[in-house]
Ligand binder design. Structure first.
Ligand SMILES: Cc1cc2nc3c(=O)[nH]c(=O)nc-3n(C[C@H](O)[C@H](O)[C@H](O)COP(=O)(O)OP(=O)(O)OC[C@H]3O[C@@H](n4cnc5c(N)ncnc54)[C@H](O)[C@@H]3O)c2cc1C
Length: 423
């Protein structure tokens, strides 16, 4: 029989994350969000040092280097939901920690992913309360081109180049919209190393670029509609020099191969959308119980009651789907009783776009139930809606998640091949 109960460790982490959200994130989230200067609305350093103290900043890193040693995605999704209930933008700290762990612990990503660098960078991450990383992929002329797995035209994809000269690579190009840029002490940058191949199969390589590498500078800070506690900024690489040993994996490994080590981001983001929707739902339920219209609390009007019920059901459905997908990823990577269970490649992307769309629907309903005040900045639902809409465009975007899934659908229709549905 499947057991859906959380372990004692998961329950303790969930509670700790929730308390952190209540005590530290919620009291400052709206004030930070409303700051018109996007550089000042980002959570550094007000919150991240506090998160470091309680272990949230480093929970994903291996114990050997001073981290919390939490490896499974399922637990990360549970924690992500609670932190996002506090504020959607704050979950950036979990994404940063899981990414550096997955990349540096992958033996296949040598030369950079070696014991010497694990000692150096993972330990630095655990010791420095404000250590974050970034992953820089989007460029002014190429965003979706790198995310859509079926597009592999050598003319498309990264314009940022990395040219090998002796023991160094020289990087040139601009990366835009990148989370944590400027704060991140280590930037994982994708660049083109072979113009004759498309980036999916072989044209691209991944590099670790320290913040103080020669030729690194920062450009525009983006003034976003939501996710304002997380900083998004432009990364400029101008004759940026890094040692050859800062490459992750073989030269021109290609995105298809490199993407395997980015497991988890999609579902941590998806779980965060569940947390954001839950925040909107709870605020709405509370409001509906105290707001009197036509002689009674609006929650007692059937149309409002049904709306609240639908919101609650949508949130639970999305959570169940996200956790199912997280369980599948863990079963594939860590195995169950020594057996690695093949993962359905559609699950993560599908659960992710579902959770993102669900969250926008729930936030819209939340605004409607609030009536006029739903559009006012004094109430949090307006901020929740902006956060929900903003995230439709992150992590590759919800349309691109569907585009990635379509080839599976056609392949399955062909392999089913029983003529069902034909006249
Ligand atoms: C909050 C936030 C955080 C972000 N964080 C990061 C980060 O940390 N690092 C980073 O590198 N980037 C980051 N991004 C950038 C984000 O990943 C990109 O914006 C996204 O990949 C889309 O790229 P684009 O903006 O160039 O859209 P475009 O490529 O210009 O696409 C525009 C529209 O066309 C659609 N489209 C394009 N091609 C196709 C196709 N073949 N079939 C169907 N539809 C298509 C897209 O789905 C999209 O709707 C972030 C963005 C946001 C909003």
């Amino acid at each position: 029989m499947a057991d859906y109960r959380l372990t004692d460790e998961q329950l303790a982490l969930k509670q700790m994350a929730h308390e952190f959200a209540v005590k530290e994130i919620r009291p400052v989230a709206m004030e930070l969000d409303h700051n018109p200067d996007p550089a000042k609305s980002a959570y550094m350093p007000r919150l991240i040092e506090k998160a470091h103290k309680v272990g949230l900043h480093t929970m994903s890193l291996p114990e050997k280097y001073g981290g919390g040693g939490i490896e499974d995605l399922y637990t990360h999704c549970i924690v992500a939901e609670e932190l996002s209930w506090g504020d959607r933008g704050f979950v950036g700290i979990l994404l940063s920690a899981t990414k550096i762990t997955h990349l540096l612990m992958a033996d296949e990503l040598k030369p950079f992913a070696c014991e010497e660098n694990r000692e150096k960078w993972l330990r630095a991450y655990c010791q420095d309360p404000t250590f974050l990383i970034s992953t820089a992929t989007t460029e002014p002329d190429s965003g979706s081109e790198n995310n859509i797995t079926t597009y592999n035209d050598p003319k498309g994809g990264y314009r940022t180049t990395a040219v090998r000269k002796g023991d160094e690579y020289i990087l040139n190009g601009n990366k835009i919209f990148v989370s944590n840029i400027g704060w991140a002490k280590l930037n994982f940058v994708y660049a083109r190393t072979d113009k004759t191949q498309g980036v999916q199969e072989g044209g691209a390589s991944l590099f670790a670029v320290p913040i103080d590498a020669p030729g690194v500078s920062f450009g525009q800070v983006y003034d976003k509609i939501g996710y304002r506690l997380n900083l998004n900024r432009e990364l400029i690489l101008q004759d940026c020099r890094i040692p050859v040993s800062n490459r992750l994996g073989p030269e021109s490994a290609g995105l298809k191969r490199l993407r395997r080590y980015m497991r988890g981001d999609t579902l941590i983001n998806a779980a965060s959308m569940v947390g954001l929707a839950r925040a909107a739902y709870e605020a709405t339920l509370e409001y509906a119980q105290i707001r009197i219209a036509c002689g009674r609390p609006i929650a007692e009007h059937q149309t409002i009651g049904v709306k609240l019920l639908d919101m609650w059901t949508q949130i639970n459905a999305a959570r169940a789907y996200v956790l199912q997908a997280a369980w599948a990823v863990d079963a594939a990577w860590q195995g169950i009783d020594g057996e690695k269970i093949p993962v359905d490649p559609k699950l993560s992307q599908s659960a992710s776009y579902y959770a993102h769309e669900m969250c926008v629907d729930v936030c819209r309903a939340a605004m409607e139930v609030h009536g006029g005040v739903g559009a006012m900045r004094d109430y949090p639902v307006e901020m929740y809606m902006r956060n929900a809409v903003c995230m439709l465009h992150s992590d590759g975007g919800v349309i691109n998640k569907r585009v990635r899934l379509l080839p599976y659908l056609s392949a399955e229709a062909v392999s089913a091949g029983n003529g069902a549905g034909r006249r």
